[in-house]
Design a protein around this ligand. Structure first.
Ligand SMILES: [Zn+2]
Length: 71
């Protein structure tokens, strides 16, 4: 059994980070899911709440590898 990480640049800050592609928080940009790193979630949530939006909920394991068979 293998483990899989997805790695790409965060949409918010541009930092390369690794995540579980099934669980990572993301925003929709032009019908693409753009992943958001943990730091940006922390930064974005107070702004979202102020604007009357639901805060982004980070699922357990969102920034950990997922099992190969979950893909
Ligand atoms: Zn970020």
């Amino acid at each position: 059994m293998g483990y899989v990480y997805a790695t790409s640049a965060c949409f918010g800050c541009g930092r390369i980070f690794s995540y579980n592609p099934n669980k990572v928080p993301s925003v929709r940009v032009k019908d693409e899911r753009e992943p958001i790193c943990a730091d940006c979630v922390v930064r974005a949530n107070p702004v979202r709440i102020k604007n009357g939006l639901e805060p982004i909920v980070v699922l357990p394991g969102a920034y950990e590898p997922c099992e190969e068979n979950e893909l």
